[in-house]
Ligand binder design. Structure first.
Ligand SMILES: Nc1ncnc2c1ncn2[C@@H]1O[C@H](COP(=O)(O)OP(=O)(O)OP(=O)(O)O)[C@@H](O)[C@H]1O
Ligand SMILES: [Mg+2]
Length: 615
């Protein structure tokens, strides 16, 4: 097989474009990316050779070496790790397997401002492609451990790359960058200078567990200390932060660092981080999650989902468990009792760290705005930690534009107020202006405004906080004391309510008088266990078939439209126009809560007719 020219996958091409025209100002990080890939390759080879005794690989001096040539203006990063087969090169370097790439690129294209773009690309992590920020040509030579022939790959980062077999490739991978001219104004430094390389390695890759050598020197540039194994007092914040960037591929410092060590029957060390901002794929089904698992300093796997629950998927870091088998699979991990113990402790520790973080308001608000939505999922999935999670909630309410904790809400409750009131909906404005609010606002009761889709689900699971019931203002009967409708009023309205119930039977299951309305004529409420309209919409959007939920029409007995309808009905119950009025009343109530009319054309025609008659 001779040399072939292949095209990059479309998304890769777009990403490369961004790299070539380098939108990111800190170009030094390309080296961190290459060293991180080399380190991964060495980890993989070590693990594979421990498991597969027949693998014909040389593991005697695993290391990373850097070579610079000032004359040729090249920098080479070489490892003697696992290497890649030809197919792997095409697969791994020619395409981006990450889920959400297209989505990320679309957002990139749409965002005008450069800072926002940087932010996005930083969240995405560009790995190998970051080399094109500093090089106008990249040559990669690789041979997979155990295989005979090697592969040479070369590209200028434009549309295509060349690939050809080579006979004399050493085991592992070398990446040679043909460097762009130095341009310090653009933060493009001289990466063919020893001094610069030393500085970058020390800064970004000091904790890499493999020796990183420069030129012919055998003395590694890095200290190689596994950060998590060192005592906390000996590690600087800066070192923690760089390590975080290494494991997360984030470009900003973490918000919080958690360093744990457990001794005794089951020994492990954990170094966890809470990021400052959410990754782009936090809410994508195939998004990256979980921490890295090591066994006695040997890297075992990335994204170890057995160690953290789904709702804490944003926590990054490393767990080094001492007594596990190197051979352990993901499936076995899920069931391992010791792993479950570790997981429980990690969760407790993360939650207690967040509880402490609440002391500094700004910081916690920052955390909440990035990860609050994910944390709420814990209220559904993690019954053991429900109380801690409830205390971590921050929710919008009618009290002010600020978020409130449940505890603060309770402390503001009126003396005669029994329950914690909330309403779910699609937006703050919709909830705030909904007719259901009227009586609550009139009484001065605060109502929580829940507009995250996940809110619809957790409120169904949580019945109380601090001995107070959580009560939806759009469901069930409300008991607001004195506003209860008197018996004679009930009697007066009984025939009208019955008639309306019959006329509207396709749309509602009951018509009754309301104590929650002060200014609106009507509203629609659900029974205690009815699914909310927002949730119904969400299920439909996900393609689920649902029977239509009929809800209850509540009327305001003091509203002129309602009293007028009652008089008209008792005067001539068979009047054709009354049926239309009933229909309009129902439509108005539906619109007020942001609902959808079954037949909008008919509704507008009825309204227009009435308006015409009133002129
Ligand atoms: N030195 C190397 N040796 C062996 N395989 C490599 C090497 N460099 C890259 N690869 C392969 O190419 C893939 C793509 O690398 P890239 O750095 O772009 O992404 P990544 O390392 O998977 O993810 P990220 O760097 O964003 O965490 C790697 O997953 C790896 O399989
Ligand atoms: Mg990488």
């Amino acid at each position: 097989m001779s040399s072939e020219t292949l095209e990059f996958q479309a998304e890769t091409r777009q990403l490369l474009q961004l790299m070539v025209h380098s939108i990111y100002s800190n170009k030094d990080i390309f080296l961190r990316e290459l060293i991180s890939n080399a380190s991964d390759a060495l980890d993989k080879l070590r693990l594979e050779s421990l498991i597969d005794k027949d693998l014909e690989a040389d593991t005697s001096d695993l290391h990373i070496s850097l070579e610079v040539s000032a004359e040729d203006r090249t920098l080479t990063v070489r490892d003697n790790g696992i290497g890649m087969s030809r197919d792997e090169v095409v697969q791994l370097i020619g395409t981006i397997a990450k889920s959400g790439t297209a989505e990320m690129l679309r957002k990139m294209r749409e965002s005008k401002d450069a800072a926002a773009k940087q932010e996005l690309i930083g969240q995405f992590g560009v790995g190998f492609y970051s080399t094109f920020m500093v090089a106008d040509k990249v040559t990669l030579v690789t041979r997979r451990a155990g295989e005979k022939g090697g592969t040479r790959w070369e590209s200028a980062g434009e549309g295509t790359y060349e690939i050809e077999p080579v006979d004399d490739a050493p085991q592992g991978t070398s990446v040679t960058l043909h460097l762009k001219p130095e341009d310090t104004d653009d933060q493009l430094h001289d990466y063919a200078a020893d001094r610069k390389i030393r500085e970058i390695v020390k800064r970004y890759s000091d904790f890499i567990a493999w020796p990183i050598r420069l030129g012919d020197s055998d003395t590694p540039l890095n200290s190689m200390k596994a950060l998590w194994a060192r005592p906390r007092s000996e590690v600087s914040d800066e070192e923690y932060h760089e390590f975080y960037k290494h494991v997360s591929h984030d470009w900003t410092d973490p918000l919080e660092t958690i360093h744990m060590k457990a001794e005794g029957t089951f020994e492990y060390e954990a170094l966890l981080f809470i990021p400052s901002r959410a990754p782009f794929d936090l809410f994508m089904r195939e998004g990256k999650r979980g921490v890295q698992l090591y066994v006695k300093r040997v890297f075992i796997m990335d994204d170890c989902e057995a160690l953290t629950p789904q709702y804490l998927r944003f926590v990054k870091g490393v767990v080094d468990a001492h007594d596990l088998s190197l051979n352990i699979s993901r499936e076995i991990l899920q069931q391992d009792r010791q792993i479950q113990v570790v997981r429980r402790r990690l969760v407790k520790k993360v939650l207690s760290t967040l509880t402490e973080m609440r002391e500094s308001k700004e910081k916690y608000l920052g955390f909440w705005s990035e990860f609050g939505r994910a944390l709420k999922e814990g209220l559904i999935d993690d019954a053991d930690n429900r109380d801690a999670l409830l205390d971590l909630l921050l929710l919008p309410s009618t009290a002010s534009g600020e978020l409130t904790s449940l505890r603060d809400y309770v402390s503001r409750m009126k003396e005669d107020q029994k329950d914690i009131y909330y309403m779910t909906g699609e937006s703050r404005a919709m909830v705030e202006h909904s007719p259901h609010m009227e009586a609550f606002l009139a009484k001065g009761y605060e109502v929580l405004i829940l507009t995250d889709p996940v809110d619809e689900v957790w409120v169904e699971r949580i019945t109380e906080f601090d001995g107070k019931q959580l009560q939806s203002i759009a469901k069930g009967q409300v008991d607001l004391g004195a506003t209860e409708t008197p018996a004679e009023q009930q009697e007066e309205f009984a025939p009208l309510l019955k008639w309306l119930g019959e006329k509207l039977q396709d749309d509602v299951k009951d018509v009754r008088l309301s104590s929650r309305l002060t200014t609106s004529a009507a509203c629609i409420v659900g029974d205690e266990h009815d699914i909310t309209p927002t949730l119904e919409k969400m299920y439909r959007a996900m393609g689920q078939e649902l029977p239509r939920t009929k809800r209850i029409l509540e009327l305001n007995p003091t509203h002129p439209l309602v009293t007028g309808l009652r008089s008209a009905f008792s005067a001539s119950p068979d009047d054709e126009g009354l049926v239309e009025t009933a229909e309009l009343l129902h439509g108005v109530a539906l619109l007020a809560e942001g609902g959808e009319l079954a037949d909008p054309a008919r509704f507008t025609r009825l309204v227009a007719d009435r308006l015409a008659r009133s002129l």
